[in-house]
Design a binder for this molecule. Structure first.
Ligand code: HEM
Length: 270
């Protein structure tokens, strides 16, 4: 780096846009026993904003993981998938902080949330799309520009498709009709792929490690869903959600749906 490139005016605060960042927490409630907002609303906002930042990082990492898998770069793929797994662990742990808020503390400001809900998180849907969710209705409640972005993601390789391409490039017998399938449709489990995955585990430890990182990520997302639904249950019980769903019942229906089904399926076949 030359001397001219060095911006001597750059500081921690300006580089990270800390001043702008700290202005983004805008509680709406009015406390019944003090001048300002309800005490717990700040935590609620900061937790959600932190998740959105982690979702942004996850999207960034998933895009890089897909490229790296398709380029056949095992070490970089392992590093990125390992990082994604670690971020998901942080996402799961953060639920603990929100669980320090009691139902009464949440109720004190819940009415101010109106119809806003995590159900409207565009980035969460993008993570699901990158992982392989293919469901034409998954973004139908979101703004049109978000629907278009999700449509673009769902028209190309999911992380699973990139992994199958990676395995094929390493000589594993992934059928060409699976590799060339219409990527905008949901991946259907295939006995020929299961056979190839068993062979991966028997004969190719590097590829097997890549597959194991995907299982970690799948488990991480399922853990997050489980912790979220239990946190919701202990906070609002069986009331309907602010997003209009039937709350816990809807969220429970999203549990135990693995993303990489084949990688779970082969476990019964070793
Ligand atoms: C007191 C805290 C929370 C409550 C009571 C709550 C409640 C709910 C409910 C009831 C739903 C179902 C949709 C609806 O009808 O609104 C939902 C969905 C969702 N929430 Fe939360 N939530 C809380 C915290 C969080 C946090 C911290 C996040 C992090 C971003 C989050 C992200 C999501 C996402 C992504 C969905 C959509 C899940 C899906 O469709 O599979 N929630 N939440």
């Amino acid at each position: 780096m030359s001397d001219q490139d060095f911006d001597s005016a750059l500081t921690y605060t300006s580089y990270l846009a800390v001043d702008e960042l700290l202005k983004l927490q805008k509680p709406l409630s009015k406390s019944t026993d003090s001048e300002g907002p309800e005490h717990d609303e700040m935590l609620f906002i900061i937790i959600h904003q932190s998740y959105e930042l982690w979702f942004k990082q996850l999207i960034h990492e998933f895009e890089a993981a897909a490229k790296s898998l398709e380029a056949g770069d095992t070490h970089r793929s392992l590093a990125i998938l390992g990082r994604i797994r670690t971020i998901l662990k942080v996402c799961v742990t953060q639920v603990d902080i929100l669980e320090t808020m009691t139902p009464l503390q949440f109720n004190a400001f819940r009415g101010y949330l109106s119809s806003s809900s995590g159900f409207q998180s565009a980035q969460f849907r993008k993570v699901e799309a990158l992982l392989g969710r293919r469901d034409s209705k998954m973004a139908s409640h979101l703004p049109i520009d978000v629907q278009e972005e999700i449509h673009e993601i769902t028209s190309r390789n999911s992380i699973w498709d990139s992994t199958l391409a990676y395995l094929s490039n390493r000589g594993h017998k992934i059928p060409s009709d699976v590799l060339e399938r219409d990527k905008s449709t949901h991946y259907q489990s295939d006995p020929r792929v299961l056979e190839a995955l068993l062979e991966v585990h028997r004969s190719d430890p590097e590829s097997a490690m890549v597959c194991e990182r995907l299982v970690d990520i799948d488990e991480g997302l399922q853990e997050w869903r489980y912790r979220h639904v239990k946190m919701v249950e202990r906070t609002i019980g069986h009331k309907v959600g602010t997003g209009g769903s039937d709350g816990v019942k809807y969220l429970a229906s999203t549990l135990f749906n693995p993303v990489f089904r084949d990688l779970w399926e082969i476990r019964s076949q070793f």
